[in-house]
Design a protein around this ligand. Sequence first.
Ligand SMILES: Nc1ncnc2c1ncn2[C@@H]1O[C@H](COP(=O)(O)OP(=O)(O)OP(=O)(O)O)[C@@H](O)[C@H]1O
Ligand SMILES: [Mg+2]
Length: 354
Amino acid sequence: MGVRPEAQPADANGGSAAGESQDLRREVEQLRARVQQAEERRRALIHIMGDLNDSNRRLGDQRKAMLHILKDANVTNLKLADSRKAMIHIMGDLRETTQEIERREQELRDKQEQLVQAGKLATLGELTTGVAHELNNPLNNIGLFVGNAIDRARAGEVDAGVLVADLEKAMAQVRKATEIISHLRAFGRAAPMAFRTADVHEIIERALSLVQEQLKQRGIEVVFDLCDEDVSVLSNPIQLEQVFINLLTNARDALEGSDLREIRIASRLRDDTVVITFSDTGPGIPPELEPRVFDPFVTTKEVGSGTGLGLSITYSIVKEHGGEISVVSPSGEGATFTIELPRGGERPPVEPLL
Ligand SMILES: Nc1ncnc2c1ncn2[C@@H]1O[C@H](COP(=O)(O)OP(=O)(O)OP(=O)(O)O)[C@@H](O)[C@H]1O
Ligand SMILES: [Mg+2]
């Protein structure tokens, strides 16, 4: 505010007094305008300060929220670190479990190998009578031919041609006996034989050679319906022989009380699959047994005459050959087992057992 000038007496100079009062009024006006301006600025300032206050409050809130988020992020980080540690732990456990499973699988395979071997030995034991008979034949014949030769030599009939003919016949019988024995030895061998391409028909023939004596003794006829195509499969022939022997001995047992005793062995080629069927004219498999017939220890035979392992061993061998085995047994129409094997080809991948 400006300094007010000293007031002059009005009567000394009337004109200047009026002028002064006008100046004074103007000054008062100016002062009032300034006061008003100041008041407006003050209000604006108060408004701005209010705004600032609001902004400050918001900033404070946002800061708090930010702190909260940061705290959460920290907790999440800690949780993530914990989860990572847990994950590493679980992965370690998983690795151990996988190794354990692999170990168990190997054990299972070894046990299966032993089971197949035990099955083979049991088959050999069971077939001893038949095999002895098989061997008896060539031995008798050898005796006969050698005896002839001795008799002729003793009687002075030394015609070399006749003697050699007798001895050659004896030799052929020796070869036959040796063949039977080497077949038995190969079949009973524990060492797992390598996979090789083998003719299914030949394997069926070899299996039959071990059981045919028993079938003959029981009046069971074997009928063949084999295809002409090449039915070679990449296989372990000894194991496939075991499969066929199991099916034949099961059919043999099933035919025990039947009037018509027939086993039909058929083969055909379907695309690249060799399909082999073994059918019999027995009573068939009871329907309640059929779904479990390939399970181990399922048997209807008396204790001591069947372990119930034959078909489960058969099943695992067929699977190991990349094949399938199934059975149909409509009531009263016997049983038909069907085996499907991939023709030729690569060694099938070993399926995980679990
Ligand atoms: N061709 C068939 N006809 C009727 N039943 C059958 C036939 N093949 C198998 N079975 C039934 O399936 C059961 C299981 O057969 P599997 O070969 O597994 O064992 P098993 O013959 O009883 O004993 P093992 O073969 O161990 O000496 C048999 O006990 C029998 O009841
Ligand atoms: Mg059996």
